[in-house]
Design a protein around this ligand. Structure first.
Ligand code: ZN
Length: 77
């Protein structure tokens, strides 16, 4: 989290790269550097990305587990 120390490189015409900017990390809501060097973008770190994906997976499992499968009784008439 560098505060105001990297304002010198302002060249949008750089080939193969895009200008880095600060976005909000979807997991920890902190500052995240959106740049090609940040492989975890838009997350601030690989750890945040892993935790966020893990949370989604857990939620999926919980929803799947909550489906009342044994509640459908079929009476043969
Ligand atoms: Zn984060």
């Amino acid at each position: 989290m560098a505060a105001g120390s990297q304002n010198s490189s302002h060249s949008p015409d750089e080939p193969g790269e895009f200008a880095s900017r600060i976005v909000v990390c979807p997991h920890c809501k902190g500052d995240s550097v959106y740049h090609s060097s940040n492989s975890a973008r838009p997350f601030c770190s690989p750890r945040c990305r892993a935790l966020d994906l893990g949370a989604w997976a857990n939620e999926d499992f919980r929803v799947a587990d909550g489906i009342p499968v044994g509640d459908t009784r079929i009476d043969d008439v």
